[in-house]
Design a protein around this ligand. Structure first.
Ligand SMILES: NC(=O)c1ccc[n+]([C@@H]2O[C@H](COP(=O)([O-])OP(=O)(O)OC[C@H]3O[C@@H](n4cnc5c(N)ncnc54)[C@H](O)[C@@H]3O)[C@@H](O)[C@H]2O)c1
Ligand SMILES: O=c1ccn([C@@H]2O[C@H](COP(=O)(O)OP(=O)(O)O[C@H]3O[C@H](CO)[C@@H](O)[C@H](O)[C@H]3O)[C@@H](O)[C@H]2O)c(=O)[nH]1
Length: 369
């Protein structure tokens, strides 16, 4: 513990995403064990995203430093500011009070996730009306007040941060007697869950209302491209949904190991959020799941193919070769909108792309159970 080993005054910096007022708890613990040493607690939340961590570190949109509004607090903030000033322009280093810094991190992730749930909600309406979500998102994002980023409709957001941080925000709202605000943010997660189950329903209803005994190839298991991280990946819920209807699944991801996939699919929801030592020791492998190291192997003999991560290599696969080796009718369900549905239809596939005008085959099939 910091208090045990400190021999002089210290600045303690929170980098992790924490509930608002965590700095106060840290401050109290350290002060009560201080033996005359002074501690300044700063909140300096981390904003990097996986897959772009180094870029984000060197060229951050902003660095946020929160501290106590006392002379000692301001001095500590300035000391950390001086460290960042070595490579970050000064106008990008924001200083605030402690609680604003802690809350801003949660709010930023909630706003980002909210954009995805907003566009995903619109994607369902696009499918019902014949609008195209890519065109709608482009038109909406052209308004400079809204902006074009983070408006890609998908099978759902994943990753270790968004759901956890929104639940954190919801909890803080409830603790502060703000149930309406809590419910507002909960809805972002509900739409995300809806989007994943909507995707599974599309697969099942398109394939004659059952996938039992059918081989479904899954391309991509990570929660986004350029990472092997599977925490909260939508692929877990989609695969579990398909397994629930007794599909045989063959998974290929360029970076996720078979061991990780088996572990994720064998565990109960939320178990994978626990530290390693609290997770079930050796979950039994899910027999209906095989993991292969090649997209062509995964799709060989398959009835349907689901794209669940937007890996670049999936954009340039030889889809004619894939079609030739699949059962017919051959289905593609693109959960990331990375393939050209028209080109794939020309090959002979029946194609579902999130929020895009529906294939004639899919038109009368229900999107939700
Ligand atoms: N991963 C990212 O891209 C990212 C980006 C910005 C901020 N963050 C934040 O940084 C923090 C760490 O994220 P990470 O991705 O490195 O997570 P991680 O799961 O890789 O690391 C967390 C560590 O904390 C340990 N841990 C968890 N619960 C514990 C407990 N109760 N007692 C003792 N140890 C415990 C885990 O064993 C693990 O070693 C989180 O607050 C996260 O929100 C992460
Ligand atoms: O338009 C979009 C953008 C993203 N996603 C999905 O959203 C999830 C999260 O993506 P992203 O935010 O790029 O990755 P993270 O590494 O989770 O980074 C987020 O979470 C981090 C941890 O708090 C923050 O530091 C980052 O700023 C914040 O972007 C992934 O499943 C993406 O596929 C979409 O579906 N559509």
């Amino acid at each position: 513990m910091i208090a045990d080993v400190s021999k002089s005054d210290k600045i303690v910096v929170e980098k992790s995403t924490v509930p608002v007022k965590t700095a106060e708890a840290i401050e109290k613990i350290l002060t009560h064990n201080s033996k005359g040493i002074n501690y300044q607690i700063l909140s300096n939340p981390e904003f990097l995203a996986e897959g772009t961590a180094i870029e984000d570190l060197f060229k951050p949109d902003r660095v946020l430093i929160g501290g106590r509004e006392t002379p000692e607090g301001r001095k500590a903030v300035q000391a950390l500011k001086d460290v960042y000033a070595h490579w970050v322009p000064e106008d990008r280093i924001l200083t605030t009070n402690l609680w604003s810094a802690e809350l801003s991190k949660l709010a930023a992730n909630a706003f980002l996730a909210q954009r995805i749930s907003s566009v995903n909600a619109i994607s369902a309406l696009c499918e019902a009306t014949g609008a195209n979500v890519t065109e709608v998102a482009y038109a909406v994002g052209k308004d400079t007040r809204i902006g074009p980023k983070f408006l890609n409709a998908s099978v759902g957001f994943g990753g270790s941060c968004f759901q956890k941080d929104i639940l954190n925000l919801v909890y803080i709202c409830e603790c502060n007697g703000l149930p309406e605000v809590a419910n507002y943010w909960k809805q972002v997660i509900k739409i995300n869950d809806y989007q994943k189950s909507r995707f599974v329903n599309r697969v099942v209803s398109s394939m004659f209302n059952t996938v039992a005994g059918k081989k479904i190839a899954v391309l991509g298991f990570a929660f986004k491209k350029d990472t092997g991280d599977t925490r909260e990946t939508p692929a877990i819920d989609v695969c579990k949904g398909l397994l629930g209807d007794k599909a045989q699944i063959s998974i290929y991801d360029p970076q996720v190991t078979e061991d990780q996939i088996q572990r994720d699919l064998a565990m109960n929801k939320f178990d994978w959020d626990h530290p390693m030592h609290l997770q079930p020791t050796s979950p039994t492998a899910v027999k209906q799941v095989s993991c292969v190291w090649d997209a062509y192997e995964a799709t060989k003999g398959a009835h349907g193919l689901c794209i669940l991560t937007e890996w670049d290599e999936f954009k340039t696969l030889d889809y004619q070769k894939i079609f030739d080796n699949m059962q017919k009718p051959a289905f593609v369900f693109d959960g990331r909108n990375i393939v050209d549905p028209e080109k794939l239809r020309e090959i002979g596939f029946i194609v579902y792309s999130i929020g895009k005008p529906l294939d004639a085959w899919l038109k009368d099939m229900p999107a939700v159970a």
